[in-house]
Design a protein around this ligand. Sequence first.
Ligand code: NAI
Ligand code: MG
Length: 345
Amino acid sequence: MTTVAVIPGDGIGPEVVGPALDVLDALGLGVRTDVLDHVNARTYLRTGAAMTGDDLDRVRRSGATLLGAVGDPRLSGTGYVRGVLTTLRAELDVYVNYRPARLWHDRLSPLRDPARRAVDCVIVRENTEGLYSGIGGGSRAGTPHEIAIDVDLNTRRGVSRVLEFAFSVARRSVCLVDKANAVRNGGRLWQRCWSEAVARYPHVEASHLYVDTAAMRLATDPAAFDVIVTSNSYGDILSDLAAALAGGIGMAASANLNPATGQGLFEPVHGSAPDIAGTGTANPLGAILSVALLAEHLGRAEEADAVRRAVAAAVAAGRVTADLGGSLSTGEAGGAVLAELGQPA
Ligand code: NAI
Ligand code: MG
């Protein structure tokens, strides 16, 4: 008979595992359960061990393990949670994390409510270091023992200057996004620089989210965000998510800035799109909105606003390319914006 190991854990873990086991039972799979209900924070607080060798043996011997959730507010460090989760993952060598996402009913879509769809935020992405620093190396290439290392570089100078910029452009709030609970050294540096920046801007609302939670909030309630400041790699991913929520990558604009030297590089977020290159269907609005950013950088805020109003009008009129549901070519879509600006196309 197959055994299912069950680790209910802490908090709502046992509360949700109960009904889950009822369902497992109702399926009549003919499995028996081996419940490890002592694997929890209470035990850890008493013994200092998250999981014993015997616990691991029971898990290993089972055909599958059902885990509720672990974690306890009395434990500030990550030792206990890692002691359960990381240990299980490593000991069982469960190297794929498989996460289906499926909309079971329209009613469950967070963006059914129009007020929530009103995305108008800025992602300030650190652009020179982090995981994209290019520092790293590898060895034993082509062998079973090959290793590859990419260094997540965080410098006080790099972190504090990007935080400073984020606060300087905030209209109402700045949200720091990191993964300080798991990536601890860089996390601590960001958190220290963050406290200093927050203190310098007492009138800007400051909040902090871990990147997984931030992605969820961004997808469910994007209107809640004003400025998000984050590292190179998280910014890369979150800005694509934000772009998708705002009409797709064809509309997304970006500025690469150095406020100290005045350097500015402006570009649409998208790449060279070889799949549609040459078809005349590319959306020019990402590039056009990058020009708005450029105008602003040159001190021409009024002109920048005019470009944005013209883009909004062209979009409202449906005078857009196919990716936005229109039927115009790249040139015609550009012409539509020009016409709104009062210029001959
Ligand atoms: P991509 O952004 O070029 O294309 C992704 C998808 O979005 C494609 O299906 C494309 O057809 C669509 N798309 C992109 N821009 C669009 C537009 N203006 N209008 C309508 N549809 C649009 O990203 P992909 O395919 O991953 O990369 C293609 C090349 O671009 C690669 O060589 C990549 O390295 C490079 N790249 C360059 C970037 C840059 O210059 N900053 C940024 C991203 C990718
Ligand atoms: Mg990207």
